[in-house]
Design a protein around this ligand. Structure first.
Ligand code: LIP
Length: 271
């Protein structure tokens, strides 16, 4: 199927799921369970939204695989997998902060960010009706506006980042931030990886980096950022992965990656 048709499916499903998530938010959100730590929660709306996404994708593309944050993975027979975060920015959503997103990407190959090829993606923020989309080789868009990153000096870069649900990992991340913050314009911690990547794509942030992301956090946003001209990478030229992801215009990405690599200990680079 052409990538623009995959993107159309991702966008329409994300819009429907976003409407559901917004309705549930207005009705009041309740925690269903905690996951990796008490801070890492899943709401009933997360689960309901992923179930809607899963059913719509199964109807549209019954042979494809599915890899979702809340309901796990099903291998398909088509060679394509839908990588889904039903509500990215769950803590923002729980607290009523209007900065969360439905993130849906179609990838070719195994649902492994170090090997997959992202073909199409959509990130929808139901709180402000912004719709970010991209297709591989077809560009990135906010609505109908094509997106293109612009370079910035490191010292004038507005850098987005995020923190782990693990207190020990947050302690390490804060140490890195202490070393970085005096070398850049400022830091933003907005709470939603997919929208952080879209922020890089549309110039609301010059760069974004984070350690410990899950595949569904960045599957669609990384495609949107790269199609807008950003370099999306891991440390030391590795592909973006759970260990580390950075997105920025190419020259800034190189400077920021070098700066961060000098801040991480050898052990942290591998963790
Ligand atoms: C979140 C990411 C965010 C990260 C959080 C969490 P979730 O995803 O979007 O960037 O800092 O720790 O991983 O859990 O809301 O889907």
């Amino acid at each position: 199927m052409p990538t623009d048709e995959l993107m159309t499916i991702a966008r329409s499903v994300a819009l429907a799921a976003g409407s559901l998530a917004a309705r549930r938010r207005a009705e009041g959100v309740e925690i269903a369970a905690s996951k990796s730590s008490p801070e890492d929660v899943v709401t009933h709306a997360d689960r309901e939204t992923e179930a809607l996404i899963r059913s719509m994708l199964a109807e549209a593309r019954p042979s494809d695989g599915f890899f979702g944050e809340e309901s796990g993975a099903d291998v398909g027979s088509s060679g394509l997998t839908w990588v889904v975060d039903p509500i990215d920015g769950t803590v923002n959503y729980l607290y009523g902060i209007p900065h969360y997103a439905v993130s849906i990407a179609a990838v070719e190959g195994e649902p492994d960010p170090s090997t997959w090829r992202a073909l199409a993606g959509a990130v929808v923020n139901p709180a402000n009706d912004e719709v970010f989309t991209a297709t591989s080789g077809g560009g990135a868009f906010l609505g109908n506006r094509r997106l293109q990153v612009t370079e910035a000096e490191l010292s004038l870069a507005l850098v987005a980042t995020g923190f782990s649900y693990s207190a020990d990992q947050r302690r390490e991340q804060a140490r890195i931030l202490t070393g970085l913050i005096s070398q850049v314009r400022d830091i933003r911690r907005m709470g939603t990886a997919s929208l952080d990547l879209c922020a890089v794509a549309c110039g609301r942030a010059n760069a974004y980096f984070e350690k410990g992301l899950s595949p569904w956090d960045h599957a669609a946003g990384a495609l949107i950022a790269s199609e807008a001209g950003a370099r999306v990478t891991g440390l030391g030229g590795a592909p973006a992965n759970k260990n580390f992801l950075l997105a920025a215009p190419p020259l800034l990405a190189e400077r920021l990656e070098t700066t961060l690599a000098n801040l991480y200990t050898r052990e942290e680079k591998l963790a």
